[in-house]
Design a protein around this ligand. Structure first.
Ligand code: ZN
Length: 206
């Protein structure tokens, strides 16, 4: 199926069509399920090709699939940009959190997030929310933003963060535009370029 710019471009006027038996969208000539429904059914059992997900027309199912495969999409991004990151798992996160609790300045947080595992780390939103809440909220108001700026660039799926500080929303969720997972790969890459492009180990020497 060709990629569509929006759901409104689907042609419902064709009179000789069968419908997807799951969502009732018109299919054209073949198949029992539309591409979206087939991939939705397959995603738990099969090794899904992310290109197939990106080729789907816009839908909430597509958004769900992109969210489910964010790590895989990020691996592709890293290959394309020839950069290396570690995606922080539960155990690594606990370690980072303990270290960050003892940090007394924002630069220490940056150093922990950038050097602990040898390469820059990225943190999933569910962990980032905990880190932001615990570390930032305990600081005086006039320095909170510095801690947010140390942690924010490391959040991988920033659109899933529920941390509601206005500085975080403004800088990292682009004033709310990134409070929902983008449906276009270039917008996701652009989000990562904006965040991760700014992090360089050399900056930490200051
Ligand atoms: Zn369908």
């Amino acid at each position: 199926m060709a990629e569509l710019d929006s759901e409104s471009q689907i042609d419902y006027t064709d009179s000789v069509i069968d419908d997807c038996i799951k969502c009732n969208k018109p299919l054209g000539d073949k198949d029992t399920y539309c591409d979206t429904c087939r991939i939705e059914m397959d995603y738990k059992t099969k090794n899904i090709n992310i290109d197939d997900i990106f080729a789907l027309p816009y839908s909430e199912t597509k958004r769900m699939l992109i969210n489910k495969h964010t790590k895989k999409i990020f691996e592709r991004y890293c290959q394309l940009n020839d950069r290396q990151f570690v995606i922080v798992n539960k155990n690594k996160f606990q370690m980072l959190l303990n270290m960050c609790r003892n940090a007394e300045r924002p630069i220490e947080i940056s150093i922990i997030l950038n050097t602990t595992f040898g390469v820059l780390c990225v943190i999933m939103a569910k962990h980032a929310d905990l880190l932001l809440t615990e570390i930032v909220d305990s600081k005086p108001n006039d320095v909170k933003y510095k801690y947010i700026q140390a942690i924010g660039p490391h959040v991988l799926d920033v659109w899933n963060c529920t941390y509601n500080d206005s500085v975080f929303v403004c800088y990292f969720q682009r004033t709310g535009d990134l409070r929902i997972c983008p449906l276009v790969v270039k917008n996701i890459y652009s989000c990562w370029n904006g965040q991760l492009g700014e992090i360089r180990l050399n900056d930490l020497k200051n």
